[in-house]
Design a protein around this ligand. Structure first.
Ligand SMILES: *Cc1c(COP(=O)(O)O)cnc(C)c1O
Length: 523
């Protein structure tokens, strides 16, 4: 393919993407395929000779699209949104076209400097403490774009670990590293994202999962008790990960309370705001910054809720040297003359090579403006509130947790298996897609507002899919319950041993064996 052909194909590709997004509602939101479907459709060996563009694109239509879960579909309410906008797509295209790898300042000065400027812009847009921003005079703060929130949490934990080990070595200079490492304990709530536990696995440290309060929020006092218990055992608490906007139910931990304990005990407090952190660009959410004076590092994903395509996860640290101390290795082929006066982001991340990700931020922020992005966040919150109102109006359903951002956790009243059946039916319908969460053992369905331009009509349509399937689930239950009741009465009259078993079945479904109506129960 030469440059001229590229220009033509690029224009065709833009049309293809435009049509795809325009007609996306015609697809099933989740595909009707089984594992291995693609292997059955495509050749098992790579082509020896070049193939035509047309044949590749026709395979995209015939084999790839039928196996896609369509994240930009109006019926997609699973996980969290996958940020997407034309501004971001075009910026990524430019990044690919420039084809640079920006591991150091010298490897591409514009790449490094735009990244620093974007994390500074974002930090100001969100009202973060000045000491965390890169361009604050005399500060030690800084920010970097990582590929994912998981990496942000991991590198911050590694920085905290290096710092804690250094401090321990001063006290116990003769002790082996592995002995000191075995003392370290990290803390996070039972609602924290699985990536925090994964980070603790990789960092090879002990961890405590802390219980949460009635709002699924982890409190300072809970941390204090856990830390005291561990200190009594001779262990060394070193790291706490708080969450604003947990993945399950979008709960916010008590950052201020946790922060006070961290400050008293010299613990590194990291805040994971992968999804909800985006809301900080709206002043009405700035209350979430309470306690940030104690925060050592913070991350959020513009690729979740700021119309920036994956991958783009931004993090800040109060002390950039604590981070680079943990990650710097400096072979001669990577050194350059301006090291003292520039940032080498390879020392802030696990991979060496880095994409030009800040272009996406720059394009999106400029093409929407801060006000446009605020409007986008608010439109999602408004749709979540609409959905919440629909659920609350229907006595068969209940909501768990507070609806603050773009997520609503709901369920059918009664035993978990009703909501489990409901979710299975919804996802099989191909009209809407949601995933569950388990909140202290209670099964809920997560309704996340994901479409880039969500409308009331989308919400109504999804609610229609939910209620029609709920009617089937409840009707099926009625039939089963009737049958069980009849059997129960029959065996009881004959004094058979079987009613015990049937009684068990009824109890499991929270049904009174003889009552005229199924009685709903809590959980
Ligand atoms: C989505 C999410 C993550 C994981 O994000 P990645 O960027 O995929 O690693 C971590 N924490 C929270 C709270 C999340 O919602």
């Amino acid at each position: 393919m030469d440059g001229e052909a590229f220009s033509r194909r690029a224009a065709e590709m833009a049309d293809f993407i435009n049509r795809y997004l325009r007609d996306i509602k015609e697809y099933r939101v989740t595909p009707a395929v089984t594992p291995g479907y693609l292997h059955r459709l495509l050749p098992s060996e790579a082509p020896r000779r070049p193939e035509s563009w047309e044949s590749i694109m026709s395979d995209v239509e015939d084999t790839i699209l039928p196996g896609m879960t369509h994240w930009q579909h109006p019926g997609f309410h699973a996980y969290f949104p996958a940020g997407n906008s034309y501004a971001s797509i075009l910026a990524d295209m430019l990044s690919d076209g420039l084809g640079c790898i920006g591991f150091s300042w010298a490897a591409s000065p514009a790449m490094t400097e735009l990244e620093t400027l974007m994390v500074d812009w974002l930090g100001r847009m969100m009202g973060l403490p000045k000491e965390m921003l890169p361009y604050t005079e005399g500060g030690n703060g800084g920010g970097v774009i990582q590929g994912s929130a998981s990496e942000c949490t991991l590198v911050c934990m590694l920085a905290a670990r290096a710092k804690a080990l250094n401090e321990l070595k001063e006290i116990y200079p003769d002790e082996e590293d592995c002995v000191l490492l075995s003392k370290l304990v990290a803390y996070f709530s039972e609602e924290a994202h699985s990536s925090v536990e994964k980070a603790a696995n990789i960092a090879f440290v002990k961890r405590r999962k802390l219980p949460t309060d009635a709002h699924y929020s982890c409190r300072g006092e809970t941390l204090r008790k856990a830390v005291e218990t561990d200190v009594e055992k001779g262990l060394v608490p070193f790291f706490v990960c708080a969450t604003i906007g947990t993945t399950g139910v979008c709960a916010c931990d008590d950052v201020e309370g946790l922060g006070r304990v961290c400050s008293e005990r010299n613990l590194w407090l990291h805040v994971d705001g992968a999804y909800s952190g985006n809301a900080l660009i709206c002043p009405e959410f700035r209350y979430l910054l309470r306690g940030f004076q104690y925060v050592k590092s913070f991350n959020f994903n513009p690729n979740k809720w700021m119309m920036v395509n994956f991958d783009c996860s931004v993090m800040w640290v109060r002390d950039k040297h604590a981070l680079t101390n943990a990650l710097t290795v400096n072979p001669i082929y990577l050194q350059h003359d301006n090291e003292a006066h520039s940032i080498d982001y390879r020392n802030w991340t696990i991979p060496l090579s880095r994409r030009f990700r800040s272009l996406k931020l720059w394009f999106v922020i400029r093409m929407y403006g801060v006000e446009g992005l605020q409007q986008y966040i608010r439109s999602h919150v408004a749709m979540a509130k609409r959905f919440e109102a629909l659920v609350r109006r229907d006595a068969r359903f209940e909501i768990l947790g507070d609806v603050v951002f773009g997520l609503v956790c709901f369920r059918l009243k009664g035993p978990n298996n009703l909501t489990e059946s409901l979710l299975r039916r919804i996802n099989q319908s191909g009209k809407a897609h949601m995933v569950p969460a388990s909140l202290r053992g209670t099964f809920v369905i997560r309704f996340a507002v994901c479409h880039p331009d969500p409308t009331e009509e989308h919400v109504q349509q999804t609610w229609g899919v939910i209620t029609s399937n709920a009617e089937c689930v409840l009707f099926e239950r009625e039939v089963v319950v009737e049958k069980l009741r009849r059997l129960f009465s029959k065996y009881k009259e004959n004094r058979s041993r079987r009613p015990i078993r049937i009684l068990g079945e009824l109890k499991k479904n929270c049904i009174e064996p003889l009552g005229p109506h199924p009685k709903t129960c809590r959980r």
